[in-house]
Design a protein around this ligand. Sequence first.
Ligand SMILES: Cc1cc2nc3c(=O)[nH]c(=O)nc-3n(C[C@H](O)[C@H](O)[C@H](O)COP(=O)(O)OP(=O)(O)OC[C@H]3O[C@@H](n4cnc5c(N)ncnc54)[C@H](O)[C@@H]3O)c2cc1C
Length: 412
Amino acid sequence: MNQNEHKNIKTGINNNQIIELCRELGQKFVSRAAKYDVEGSFPVENFDDLKEAGLLGIMIPTEYGGMGADFLTYTRALEQLSKGDASTGLTFNMHNIAVGSLSELQIDGIGGTREERMKGFITWVYDQSIKEKKIFASASSEPGIGAHFSKLKTTYNRVDGGFVINGVKNWVSMAGYADYYVVAARVADSESETPAVSFLVVDKENPNARVEFTWDVLGMRATSTNPVYFEDCFVPTEALFLGSEGMALYKIAREPHWLVGGYNGVYLGICSATFEFMVEYLKTKKIPGTQTPLSEDSRIQHKVGELYAQLEATRRVTYDAARLVTERPGTPEANMAIHHAKFMVSELGPRLTSEAIRTCGGSTISRRMPLERYFREARCGGLMPATSDECLFYLGKAAFGTDLSKPSETYW
Ligand SMILES: Cc1cc2nc3c(=O)[nH]c(=O)nc-3n(C[C@H](O)[C@H](O)[C@H](O)COP(=O)(O)OP(=O)(O)OC[C@H]3O[C@@H](n4cnc5c(N)ncnc54)[C@H](O)[C@@H]3O)c2cc1C
């Protein structure tokens, strides 16, 4: 059976249909994107649509009632959603960073109480996502630390019945909207170079998790990315992600595709939307003083051809990387491909949106048109993990044969 014909028995949807569903939703998001961007408000209606469509379970295996998408399908689906509204795509990806990483685990046969704990946790996350339609946010980055997991200052202490978290996360997308924060923290009092970093799930209603609404930025304005303060924040034992302490840093180093590659679909979506807008615009905008559309000018055709070549090269690299993750997750080839794609797509965005504005002309910086928003949003790609410089560092090290499955050899 062709992998795109693989059907989810419970939801009755195959991989191509998932992408098509996201394309339709993305088109619906287009009309709302400008308003959310201007207001800097969270795209609540878009998330209602994602919930309604069952997309909170996009990565959840079919036997649990999810859509069972693979990483390639996910990347392409995210591209479609982000073409409509990149803030929605980016925040939707944060939910899937938590949920999607679970769907790839092979835990049958681990045995004993550890396997039971892991299965119990996974079933809970799946039920929360599918039945309760709850959203998980990723709370890792810290002031002055960014997303460098080995340097985190947020700590947790083991206490009777659970853990107590203390620290600040200053870049939590969906803060105030998501139902749960997945908080990365290091065990208190560890001096190790590769500390035991764990993830702990904090309920939004926890009285000791306080959001400060300060987000007012250049692009990705509708993501509600705000600081959350965890002050003597108690969580029960069951809040420990996967029921296992200390695995986070190793898992991220070995399989960085969720933390790095999830963004690829988002920023590719902005590039695709930019190109489509530019082509349509140039078909109607006339050469000054004539009735001839700019699209008939050979210099314009040449420029558009050049941008097409850059976009398609990046798209191929992005899809190929996602395919490698689908087929051979965590292998050096897949990890290198994901960093390569992240670099390409993050660097293309600012260049392509800038060239599109230059080619289409001054009117397109108007807020009535989406191009100026794409320009601002595309700038954010290279700031997110792995930054463009970190991607190059990773690729260069890998080319020299360094074993990048060791956290100490990575940028984390
Ligand atoms: C729109 C948006 C949404 C986000 N959402 C989330 C979210 O939901 N959850 C989350 O956890 N995070 C989120 N982040 C944060 C993101 O993951 C990064 O952590 C953050 O963008 C990095 O911030 P920074 O540039 O201050 O830090 P850094 O990555 O530390 O970079 C600061 C500067 O230092 C340089 N630098 C870094 N390391 C070194 C080094 N070793 N030597 C020399 N120079 C170095 C970098 O190149 C850069 O110039 C979001 C970011 C954005 C833009």
